[in-house]
Ligand binder design. Sequence first.
Ligand SMILES: Nc1ncnc2c1ncn2[C@@H]1O[C@H](COP(=O)(O)OP(=O)(O)OP(=O)(O)O)[C@@H](O)[C@H]1O
Ligand SMILES: [Mg+2]
Length: 317
Amino acid sequence: MTKKIGVLFGMEDTFPWALMEAITARSGGEIEGVPVEISAMRDDAKIPYALIFDRISHEVEFYRIFLKIAVAQGLDVINNPFWWSSDDKFFDNIVAAAVGVAVPKTVLLPQKDYPPRTEAKSFRNLKPVDWDAVFSYLGFPIFMKPAYGGGWRDVHKCDDRESFFAAYAQTRDLCMIAQEAIDFTSYYRCYVLGRSRVRVMRYDPIVPHEHRYRTEHLEREPELEARVRDDALKLCDALGYDLNTVEFAIRDGTPYAIDFMNPAPDADLESVGRANFDWVVENMADALIERVRNPMPFELAGSWTRRMLSPTVAAVR
Ligand SMILES: Nc1ncnc2c1ncn2[C@@H]1O[C@H](COP(=O)(O)OP(=O)(O)OP(=O)(O)O)[C@@H](O)[C@H]1O
Ligand SMILES: [Mg+2]
């Protein structure tokens, strides 16, 4: 029987369809790329795919739970719904530093407003923030962004105390991180697939969204790109993502990882352009086909657990 790779997706029009076609074509028909079909799910339901490729469960709880059950039934799910559910940008910065990738100095901030069903009394453990200490550690300008952010939502660049507090006042009950601004000379965004395939793209975050990948006019920097490629692989291996985009800002010849928790990255033809689109479609199809042909044992998280928790610590626990 033909094996099936199910693709679970939302509003995207270009990438999922092209990917499903590429899976079927590039596996010579051995594996078929199909849209996942799902409805109310019985607790004894059998999920009929060899692998599910997930583009949308971060927006839909019902899908996320379905995918966890798929894992429990022995399916491969990319990206891992368990790790994705527990990840955040501050934790990822700590992992990056531990595996030797440069990151901006960063501070995790208490939420500005009380989350639902909490009040002052819920926060008896929380001490007032020493803002002077935060500012002197980071220096201005400071980028403030949600620990669970994406799509440039609630990202603020703050040039001084006043603009910082004005921005913080708008953050509601989001958990924010504050970060040293990297004054960069160039900027890269990489697709990293299956922890081995990397597409290093020049990216211009300063211009409007639709022009950010139009960077043919920018000079290539081969040595730097080799380092960027290595760092991108290190990050995705440590974090256990099989599809991710990783952004680096270059300062004084060092790539600083800025944004590397994008387990359902933009892969739309219109925004990434034809060459990047074709690359991500073909390589993602090949990476998924490989995974079906050579199944990997399930891992709860990436290699950070092995690399950061020493055997003695792990044994005592
Ligand atoms: N520490 C920093 N130093 C310099 N620039 C930064 C920094 N943090 C964020 N930026 C700028 O702000 C942009 C948006 O930030 P970031 O990528 O972290 O947010 P996001 O919401 O995850 O975005 P995405 O849509 O790429 O997922 C970056 O592309 C970069 O241009
Ligand atoms: Mg980004």
